[in-house]
Design a protein around this ligand. Structure first.
Ligand SMILES: Nc1ncnc2c1ncn2[C@@H]1O[C@H](COP(=O)(O)OP(=O)(O)O)[C@@H](O)[C@H]1O
Ligand SMILES: [Mg+2]
Length: 415
């Protein structure tokens, strides 16, 4: 009997909605127990947030430490990050107390204003007022105070690369932004190693830290973090997941329908699998059939996954890219991806032709930088002896083709 798995896609999943990856949860827990700081960078939707949240949920259950999950995606400044951290510890009474003590020490007005605090919004306002000014010294004090708690703490800063990227490409003057980013990074580097016996960190993100840092010559920061690899699911796991999803709907799928779905995806990003399954079931409901045929599954690939319906879910593959790339190279990146999507591969020759038509100041460097980002962030991978680039995921490839491919004339074709 397959374990029933509710179909959910979009937000992170934990508990009964979390499938497989027990080995990863155990390994991550072990690394934290061994006092490692971890770097978990993997492509979007692969299940990073779910993995960390589920690991933290199980750590909470064993009741030996304080796991603290901080989503810094919307943070715009170092102060925002400290406020987010101060708020994130609140569910742990002891840590909440420690943070309040630290704020009371750095700001005499804090205790009077906070005694009566009931709502999170007001607490956030107070933290914001308290951290203003010399944030660096205050942040040090807060983390120091947390380190004095009675148990070890694991802190995850989720989507830190997004925050950092925003910081360096902010609206202000470029040199000021860079200086601010540098101060934040040097604080971060010192903080990550300041309390090795008490605080372990997970830096988590979908866009690579390295390309951002390299672009701004800030690469020295993350060297000592231990990388944690989170691969997509294997075909067996993906098939087991499908069976679980179907069991939860009360109706097993025929084997050939499951095979059709797996043959389309090939690269098993959990979110893509859940999304495809969900769309197929919607279609079944519309047609008042209980289970899909292989043909139904194939049809839904085009009608739902690649259409505007799939668009909302997949559009951020495009948006995210715009965030990490230098503005002058965005068009080149789009052209390279479109070439790879339409032709099925990007040869070195075609890449050269694409660059030549973009009139960039440093064409070779631009091409190298763009390909590094596309590789690092899981869009393209090198294949075969010739070293051509192909899309890692057929879904993203086909989606990209249907979005940008119309009317595209491959590089090198006779005009
Ligand atoms: N372990 C899992 N079991 C089932 N579904 C998962 C799992 N991990 C991820 N997913 C699917 O992927 C989606 C995105 O997961 P999330 O953890 O937010 O990914 P990431 O943080 O890597 O972008 C979830 O809504 C869910 O549909
Ligand atoms: Mg996430």
């Amino acid at each position: 009997m397959d374990r029933k798995l509710p179909n959910k896609f979009g937000p992170w999943v934990i508990g009964a909605e979390f499938f497989n990856r027990d080995a990863e949860v155990e390994r991550l827990t072990q690394l934290l127990d061994e006092k490692n700081n971890i770097l978990l960078v993997a492509p979007r939707r692969i299940g990073k947030t779910s993995l960390v949240r589920e690991t933290f949920r199980r750590m909470d259950e064993r009741d030996k430490d304080y796991p603290v999950f901080v989503d810094v995606q919307d943070c715009r400044s170092p102060e925002d990050v400290i406020v987010a951290l101060s708020l994130a510890v609140q569910p742990h009474k002891r840590l909440a107390l420690k943070v309040k003590e630290a704020f009371a020490a750095i700001w005499t007005g804090f205790r009077d204003t906070v005694e009566s605090v009931g709502s999170v919004e007001i607490l956030e306002l107070r933290f914001r007022e308290g951290i203003a000014g010399d944030w660096k010294a205050k942040a040090r004090k807060i983390v120091q105070s947390l380190a004095e708690a009675d148990r070890p703490i694991a802190i995850c800063l989720d989507e830190l690369p997004v925050m950092l990227n925003r910081l360096v490409t902010g609206t202000g003057e470029a040199s000021k932004n860079r200086a601010e980013a540098e101060i934040f990074l040097s604080w971060l580097r010192a903080t990550l190693t300041a309390h090795p016996e008490k605080i372990r960190w997970i830096i988590c993100g979908s866009i690579g830290l390295e390309p951002i840092l390299a672009r701004h010559n800030l690469s020295f920061t993350v060297g000592h973090l231990r990388p944690f690899h989170l691969p997509p699911w294997t075909r067996e796991t993906a098939d087991a997941c499908l069976r679980g999803l179907a069991a939860s709907e009360g109706q097993p799928w025929p084997e050939e329908s499951r095979r059709a779905l797996l043959d389309k995806l090939v690269h098993f990003v959990p979110h893509h699998l859940q999304m495809y399954f969900g769309h197929v079931m919607d279609e079944c409901r519309m047609r008042r059939t209980e289970t899909p045929s292989a043909l139904d599954v194939e049809r839904v690939w085009t009608t739902h996954m690649l259409s505007t319906r799939g668009h909302a879910e997949l559009a951020d593959y495009e948006e995210r890219l715009l965030r990490v790339l230098e503005e002058s190279t965005v068009d080149l990146a789009l052209a390279l991806l479109t070439e790879a999507a339409v032709v099925g591969r990007l040869t070195w020759n075609a890449a050269q032709l694409c660059v030549a038509s973009h009139q960039l100041e440093e064409p070779v460097k631009a091409l190298r930088d763009v390909l590094r980002v596309l590789d690092h962030d899981g869009y393209l991978e090198k294949t075969g002896d010739a070293g051509d680039w192909v899309f890692v995921s057929p879904l993203i490839r086909d989606w990209w083709r249907s979005r940008f491919g119309t009317g595209y004339i491959p590089a090198g074709s006779e005009a």
